[in-house]
Design a protein around this ligand. Sequence first.
Ligand code: ZN
Length: 142
Amino acid sequence: MHDWQELYQEIILEHNRNPQNFGVMSAPDRVARGYNANCGDDICLFLKLSGDDIEEVKFSGEGCAIVRASASLLTMAVEKLSKSQAKWKAEEMLALLTGKKRESDSAPDLRPQLPLLGVRKFPMRVKCATLPWHALLEALAK
Ligand code: ZN
């Protein structure tokens, strides 16, 4: 099993310091809020759709370094994907983060997001990492 620890810390710090696609979107087609009372994370995910594709994705709100990094990685992962591809990615990431699926069985498309799996060493923080992906599924289902 791969040890993501070093890369995990680097990625979390980098995305927390410099989150991608951070900010409120004007006139989004879909919005979903994710709230984690344990940690105080409270984020909003915004999608702009073009037909069946995600044209643009942004997030805003307050949260810890893990939720910010996870949301930042999410926006990079699903921009320009079709809704069904994005849904698949979110479901895969949730299965990996919660240990329902092993990383050796993960698809190559998910490689940029895999350092997030370092969070599994801190079970209390897994919810921080899964929050944005749940919000994405909610936004897509609306
Ligand atoms: Zn958190």
